[in-house]
Ligand binder design. Structure first.
Ligand SMILES: Nc1ncnc2c1ncn2[C@@H]1O[C@H](COP(=O)(O)OP(=O)(O)OP(=O)(O)O)[C@@H](O)[C@H]1O
Ligand SMILES: [Mg+2]
Length: 397
């Protein structure tokens, strides 16, 4: 698929912007702080309902305004689709497809993109929550129905935690015990589905990850992804240098996972009542990234970590493209090329030129290989301008 046109209203530093995009590579270029990342952030939001930079959507509304609008014209399967979201500083966001109101959470069904940005280094170096979010977002992109499963799990988790907290405060009554059993079953059913889906996703990511890492890094450092599961006793609060609790073969396959989950909850009940929270389940799992059999976090170099995060995104794009009925996801590379040496730039360019559409941002035009720079969009002070020379402060409308 591709974006043919993006319109922004009061989004970040854009009061109004109209940006046409071409098929194939598009290079968004301009000096630091002009609004390049803001443009691609808007598209990322349209496809995931989240920003790669902030968790509070209010930051995306232009300062002094109450709401921002992102509107994109999309083209796939010979169809032309107008997708739109209004981000409100207070109150719920609103979405439309072809001018008809839809539930906002349905929006990602219509637009699939994979965005890589410097912030993604946190996938390798940051907390488990970022890695869980990465997997879950990809699950939803591949199968939109999954957003319901994740939302249901969150709800059950909250209700179970509330019950555990109230039991902690006043002692567990017999009636509450029955209710806890019911929440346990819901938690296990939904949680096992998530654990199994993540395991399946990780298995599918491995081959394209391997290829992408080799093409980005130019060497094979044996990138590996290992699930660390709280239902097997892994504890995200524990010492991070400990070895991960690796899943035995029956976990990650239907009833095996549910049985393991149930057993874990039974073993944790006293501790959960003491702490007033749920201590096992996909909300406390991690995915350990390894290079050459060592955890990347704490061992990998800056360049290796960078290559790993980028390869993971390229692998996601590859998976999405493989089983999509609407063509390739739009590939978005924010500020990638400045970090790479010449040969890595060339290899990355080769790896992405086959995509239907690639959007690249760069502060320095020359950093991007010529094959990706034929169609350039110049950005200056929150506006699309004709040529880079117009940076004198003249009025660009
Ligand atoms: N809500 C907002 N309202 C107004 N301006 C904003 C808002 N959020 C961010 N900005 C401004 O947008 C600009 C940053 O834009 P952006 O991150 O897109 O820059 P960039 O072109 O990607 O720069 P770099 O090359 O440094 O990555 C900053 O000047 C910032 O102050
Ligand atoms: Mg930027």
């Amino acid at each position: 698929m591709r974006v043919t046109h993006l319109s922004l209203t009061d989004f970040r530093n854009y009061a109004e912007a109209e940006v046409p995009f071409g098929a194939g590579p598009n290079l968004i270029v301009g000096r630091n702080g002009q609004g390049k990342t803001n443009l691609v952030e808007a598209l990322g939001f349209l496809s995931t309902l989240s920003s790669h930079r902030v968790s509070q959507t209010g930051a995306m509304v232009r300062s002094g305004e109450d709401s921002a609008i992102i509107r994109a014209r999309l083209e796939y399967n010979g169809r032309d689709i107008l997708a739109e979201v209004q981000i409100n500083r207070s109150g719920l966001n609103r979405a439309q497809i072809n001018k008809s109101v839809i539930k906002t959470r349905e929006l990602p069904r219509y637009f699939s993109s994979v965005l890589f940005a410097p912030e993604d280094l946190a996938l390798v170096r940051g907390d488990p929550s970022g890695r869980r979010r990465f997997l879950d977002q990809l699950l939803v992109l591949r199968n939109p129905r999954f957003s319901g499963v994740l939302a249901d799990y969150d709800r059950v988790l909250k209700q179970r935690n509330t019950l555990l907290k109230s039991a902690r405060a006043s002692g567990l009554k017999t009636t509450q015990l029955g209710t806890l059993d019911i929440w346990d079953e819901r938690l296990v059913a939904l949680g096992s589905e998530i654990i199994d889906a993540r395991a399946d996703l990780v298995a599918q990511l491995m081959p394209p990850l391997h290829n992408a890492y080799k093409s980005v890094a130019g060497a094979d450092h044996g990138p590996n992804l290992v699930a660390s599961l709280s239902i097997l006793g892994a504890d995200e609060e524990a010492d991070e240098t400990g070895s991960p609790a690796v899943a035995p073969p029956n976990v990650g396959s239907g009833s095996g996972t549910a049985d393991t989950f149930r057993t874990a909850l039974a073993g944790l009940r006293r501790k959960e009542l003491d702490r007033g929270m749920t201590l096992a389940g996909p909300h406390r799992d991690d995915l350990v990234f390894e290079l050459n059999n060592l955890p990347a976090k704490g061992y990998a170099s800056h360049g290796e970590s960078w290559s790993f995060a980028l390869a993971l995104k390229l692998a996601s794009a590859e998976l999405l493209r493989r089983d999509s009925s609407s063509g390739d996801p739009v590939l978005i590379l924010d500020d990638v090329f400045a970090e790479l040496d010449q040969s890595r730039r060339r290899r990355l360019a080769e790896a992405v030129t086959g995509y239907e559409q690639v959007l690249i941002t760069a502060a320095v035009f020359e950093d991007v290989p010529a094959v990706l720079a034929a169609h350039a969009i110049h950005i200056h002070a929150g506006a699309v301008v004709d040529a880079p020379e117009v940076e004198s402060g003249a009025d660009h409308g």
